[in-house]
Structures are given as C-alpha cells and as structure tokens.
Design a protein around this ligand. Structure first.
Ligand SMILES: Nc1ncnc2c1ncn2[C@@H]1O[C@H](COP(=O)(O)OP(=O)(O)OP(=O)(O)O)[C@@H](O)[C@H]1O
Ligand SMILES: [Mg+2]
Length: 355
C-alpha cells in the first residue's frame, strides 16, 4: 500500500538542482494526497517562474512512479509564501551572522587567493583550471571572482546565467563543471563596465563571501585583480587564513613584480602557498621540443625569493586560450591534454602542500 511516509521518503531523494539539497528538507513539499494508487503532491518553488521547474517536476514524477503500488502521479507547482521562504532562508543560512562562515577561524574551507603583481599573466586561467582539476579529484570547490571590475570567470568556466537571489541577502551561486561560481560579471553583464571606488568594491567582496550560499566547501579560490590594490588588501584582511598562490611568467625580470604580492601577503601575516609559472614553455608540433618563448627561471626565482615551492609550470598553448574562451577549461580533459595533465598535478600538489 502506498503511504504518505513512503512518498515523503521517496521525495527525499529528489534534489533541488540549484540548492543541491532534497526538496523535503527544503520545505518545498506542501502536501501529499494519496487516493488508492493515485498520488498528488503540491510543491512550493523558491521563485516564480523558476527555470528549473520542469526538471523538478520530471524528477518527482519519475521518483513517485517507481514506487510499488503507484499508478498515477500529479504534481502541482506553487510559489513559496513569504513565511515559507523565511523558513527556507533560516534553513540555508542557519543563525546567519554578519560574517560568512568561511571567514570564521574554525572554518574547514581552504581559501586560496590566486594573485600576481602583474596583469595578464594567467591568474584567471589558473584559477579556473585549478578549480576544475580539484573538483575532478572529488573536492567541493567554489570560485569567488574578486576581480570585481575586470571579471572574466563566467566566460572562462562557461557559467553565463544569472544567479538566483532568494531573499535580500541570500544568493545561490552558479555552477559549472562541478564548481560553484560568483562573479560581478553575472550581475553586471559582460559589456557593462563596473565603475566603483574602493568602498563599493569591498562591500561587493564581503557580500560575495557572506550572502552566497556556498555550503560546505573544501576549497574556495579567489581570482584576484592584478597588483596590491584595495581589493587585495581587503581580501587579505577579511580572510586571514587564506593562502596566496602566486602566478608569474618565466622572464627572469618578472619575479620582482610577482614577488611583491608575496611580500605583501607575508606582511599581512598570510601564508604563501607556492608559485605557478604560467606560459613556461611551448611545445612545437614539428619538433616536439620545448621552446622558452618568454625566457626561463622566473618561477624558480619567485619561489626561491619567497622561500616556497614552485608547484607547477604550465605550458603555453593555443588549447589553453581557446578552451578558456569557450568555457571548457583544458583541465576538464585531465591527462588527455598536456596542459590538463599539469593542472591535475598542480591540484595534487596544492592538496599535499596544505597538509
Ligand atoms: N598557458 C597559456 N597558454 C595560452 N594562453 C594563455 C595561457 N595562460 C593564459 N593564457 C591567455 O592569456 C590571456 C590572459 O590570461 P588571464 O586572463 O588568465 O590572465 P590574468 O592574469 O587573469 O589577467 P588580468 O590581470 O587581466 O586579470 C587570456 O587570453 C588567456 O586565455
Ligand atoms: Mg584575471
């Protein structure tokens, strides 16, 4: 016989595709009615016109039809009342404090700030690929695009939608390739310049940490703007347990600029996690030999000057750029691509280095 408890148990296996929790715990199941072999459920969606509604409906129908004794299923969709939404928000952000749990000294989330003294050396490319490589190794990963006005993460990782705002202070991050993402780009739109002064930038950073429902993350990667400006200082102050991953290019002259961010991190009592040398060499199709287009030694020099390890040397290659432009980071291909392989080793090194 079909029972309400049985139906509820089955519904516990249906996840909200955005929040990644089951619809029963999220209080989305308003009523269950059973009439012999017919089951009717009413669900309350978080927002009107929820883009995921047909997915939720199908999952519920499939799940209930698979129950023994059920012949027909009807699903009615409504929208949460203010009261229901309040309960949901309390569930998602229990005892929501002014500060993000990630900023808490007890937080288990490892925060990595991907930084460099210079622009265009590949911070965003490293952020996205390291995040994907960590996620492929089973870690729960988020990216906070701290390059508030120079954002590039949404395109690079292929997360071009808009995050859902559940309440005034609750934002669900986007997700792509198993990585949660928040970026100013998702709110401003790619062609809109963000023209803000320091305090507004800091506020945005704080909101991205505090208002976004990150859940339990193993790693949160911050893609920093170049240099040692306002945002870098604020991020380091807000996240004193973060570790800084320095990205540099191989020119011997680059290390002084790269090392500046490392020295700033040390001054602010943050640990430098290590150095990544990007665009380290180019493997020619014809001769298969490495060509050192941007010189050699920058990564080693930077690591040496900061007394940390050089964790990876990423090859220069059209594939890295093209896949970044198309939102399919090269790290998705793991060992099937030379650069993907290096990113997957970098993820392992990062994990080891942190122990
Ligand atoms: N290893 C690589 N091989 C080929 N192209 C690369 C590589 N790394 C980065 N690029 C390309 O170089 C450009 C700059 O990279 P990216 O945007 O990651 O740098 P950035 O340090 O984040 O820049 P900014 O300081 O502007 O934020 C991008 O077009 C990217 O695709
Ligand atoms: Mg960048």
């Amino acid at each position: 016989m079909v029972t309400e408890a049985g139906v509820r148990e089955a519904l516990r296996e249906v996840m909200d595709p955005e929040i990644h929790q089951n619809i029963v715990d999220l209080n989305m199941v308003r009523s269950i009615q059973i009439d012999g072999a017919n089951v009717a459920v009413e669900l309350a969606l978080t927002v009107a016109g929820c883009p995921m509604q047909s997915q939720i409906r199908t999952s519920v129908e499939e799940k209930l039809r698979s129950l023994t004794g059920v012949e027909a299923v009807s699903v009615k969709l409504g929208v949460m009342s203010d009261e229901e939404k309040k309960t949901l928000l309390e569930h998602l952000h229990p005892a929501k404090e002014a500060k993000s749990p990630i900023m808490d000294a007890e937080s288990k989330t490892r925060v990595i700030m991907v930084s460099s003294g210079k622009g265009g050396v590949g911070k965003s490319t490293v952020t996205v690929n390291l995040a994907v490589a960590l996620a492929r190794q089973g870690k729960k990963v988020g990216i906070l695009d701290a390059d508030i006005y120079g954002f590039s993460i949404p395109r690079m990782i292929g997360a071009m939608g808009q995050p859902t705002a559940l309440g005034e202070n609750t934002i669900l991050p986007l997700e792509a390739h198993g990585v949660k993402i928040i970026s100013m780009g998702s709110f401003a739109g790619e062609d809109t310049p963000v023209i803000w002064r320091g305090p507004m930038l800091m506020k945005a950073l704080e909101q991205f940490l505090t208002d976004v429902v990150w859940g339990e993350l193993d790693y949160l990667l911050l893609d920093s703007p170049p240099g040692t400006g306002d945002i870098a200082i604020s991020a380091m102050q807000m996240l004193p347990k973060a570790r800084v991953l320095i990205v540099t290019t191989p020119q011997a002259s680059a290390y002084k600029v790269a090392a500046r961010v490392g020295l700033m991190a040390k001054k602010m009592n943050l640990t430098v996690l290590g150095v990544v040398e990007n665009m380290a060499y180019f493997i020619c199709d014809n001769c298969s030999k490495p060509h050192y287009i941007f010189g050699q030694g920058g990564g080693e020099e930077t690591a040496h000057s900061l007394n940390v390890r050089l964790l990876a040397q990423i090859p220069l290659g059209a594939e890295v750029r093209e896949r970044g432009d198309s939102g399919e980071p090269v790290a998705l291909h793991g060992a099937d691509s030379p650069a993907g392989q290096v990113f997957s080793q970098l993820a392992q090194e990062v994990d080891k280095e942190w122990q």
